[in-house]
Design a protein around this ligand. Structure first.
Ligand code: NDP
Length: 454
């Protein structure tokens, strides 16, 4: 027994060191891996068969990584070249599944971190979904519709040979919304001569699922609600700060308003607006029009509504609140931010974005008794409804909005329960970060063992 305990610690350390050696400089990827590995010691002690099967080495290495050139022409006729990525990380539970991100910061390390997180998140949904992620360093900001279309077509011209409804099903992420999904799907359909559920996040009238746009943000709020329930509390009357102003931030805000909470901030990469009165339905409509159709900046919200202030270069965490919903990007909430947030009374964080909270800030949240919903669990509603979109596409059916919402609520409750259960069972009661990692990992590891050394 002692031999196994010592071996487990060494096994985890060696596995992590190997990731660093093999993937130098990919800091976000290292961070995502470290967090999962730190959760697994007691699991590996209980299940030495995982070590025998060398599951860590196998789960840490993507099944396949594809990188490709994306040449396209801008509106002036100049030739541009971007880099495309698809990391097909793990297919033990189902076809690879995960979004596409178009942002200038995208590189292989970012896609690997997102793909790795996706494996465990997808496992938590209880749907048959493997994990993957993709994207490009293309920057959609300031591009015309035609430029976006030409880029999406060029991107899909290569990606199409690597994906398929039963193989790998991409979706949206930062910089990839309904417009981009439409162009990507159109090009796939033309090149492959088939209309299948090869991509999710489609508009509802041509194969999309009702409630997919809402799913990630609504799911993050449902998860927050579950966490509060454990303390006999609700979201009603809570002051909430939300970061970002894209898909996740918008629908987080909508659902918070529905729950009687007051949302006082939104942001983008330029800065933060603070609205002490809180957003309402009409103000949110303005944000949706501004961001989804005009592709404008959040500063314009402060010009529209009196009493609202705009804070260039600032993040929402400086404003007092009860609950925080980071919904923009990775590592947007630092240790300093967390100290300020908690000092101002914040007692709940639900991560709508992927890995938005730096590890030291997560530790502070956990040690301060702040309710903390990790992205893998709290933002899994998006991929869950994408999974439901795949089911509807296979059946050639379209479920009603209420039906999808009720399935989403059930899934978010189940995910919360799985995290709580795993955390308790493995000696880290109430730590949902470890609980999410453990519950997701066990499902994938068991499937990998069942399927042999492939
Ligand atoms: P959108 O592109 O719709 O919106 C992204 C928002 O975040 C924008 O307001 C953007 O501001 C801001 N943002 C992006 N990068 C940065 C940055 N480096 N610094 C500051 N602000 C930034 O993306 P989504 O809302 O879809 O995604 C937001 C997060 O949620 C991401 O982490 C994504 O991985 C995660 N997520 C999304 C899911 C989905 O279903 N869409 C599912 C699960 C997770 P600006 O316009 O100025 O760039």
């Amino acid at each position: 027994m002692i031999r196994i305990i010592m071996d487990v610690e060494k096994y985890i350390k060696d596995s992590y060191n190997e990731v660093i050696r093999r993937n130098p400089q990919e800091l976000c990827f290292h961070q995502a891996v470290r967090e999962v590995l730190e959760s697994l010691e007691s699991v590996l002690k209980e299940k030495p068969e995982y070590i025998e099967a060398n599951i860590l080495a196998r789960i840490l290495e993507p099944e396949r990584m594809i990188m490709f050139r994306v040449p396209w022409q801008d509106d002036t006729g100049a030739i541009q070249v971007n880099r495309g990525f698809r990391v097909q990380y793990n297919s033990a539970l189902g076809p690879f599944k995960g979004g596409l991100r178009f942002h200038p910061s995208v590189d292989l390390g970012i896609i690997k971190f997102l793909g790795f997180e996706q494996i465990f998140k997808n496992a938590l949904t209880t749907l048959p979904l493997g994990g993957g992620k993709g994207g490009s360093d293309f920057d959609p900001k300031g591009k015309s519709d035609y430029e976006i279309m030409r880029f999406c077509q060029a991107f899909m011209s290569e990606l199409q040979r690597h994906i398929g409804a039963d193989l790998d099903v991409p979706a949206g992420d930062i910089g990839v919304g309904a417009r981009e999904i439409g162009y990507l799907f159109g090009q796939y359909k033309k090149l492959r001569n088939e209309f299948t559920g090869v991509i999710t996040g489609k508009r509802v009238h041509w194969g999309g699922s009702n409630f997919r746009p809402e799913a990630t943000g609504y799911g993050s709020v449902y998860f927050a609600q579950e966490m509060l329930k454990s303390r006999d509390d609700t979201l009603y009357g809570k002051i909430c700060v939300v970061s970002g102003s894209g898909n996740v931030a918008q629908y987080t805000t909508e659902n918070l308003i529905d729950h009687g909470a007051k949302v006082t901030t939104l942001s983008d990469s330029g800065g933060t607006i603070h609205d002490p009165e809180g957003l309402d339905e009409e103000k949110l409509k303005f944000v949706m029009e501004l961001k989804n159709n005009q592709y404008g900046r959040i500063s314009e919200y402060a010009e529209e509504y009196p009493g609202v202030t705009y804070h260039p270069g600032k993040k929402p965490w400086v404003f007092p609140c009860d609950c925080a919903f980071p919904s923009a990007t990775q590592n947007e909430l630092t240790l300093e931010d967390a100290k300020e947030l908690f000092g101002n009374g914040c007692h709940l964080i639900s991560e709508g974005a992927n890995m938005p909270t730096e590890p030291e800030a997560v530790q502070l949240a956990l040690s301060s008794g702040v309710l903390f919903g990790p992205g893998k669990a709290a933002n899994a509603g998006g991929v869950a409804v994408s999974g439901l979109e795949m089911s509807q596409n296979s059946m050639r059916l379209n479920w009603k909005r209420e039906e999808v919402d009720s399935k989403l609520q059930q899934i978010m409750q189940d995910i919360h329960q799985q995290c709580l259960y795993a955390a308790k069972k493995y000696g880290v009661k109430d730590n949902l970060v470890a609980g999410a990692n453990i519950a997701g990992f066990i499902k994938v590891a068991d499937a990998m063992i069942d399927q042999g050394l492939v």
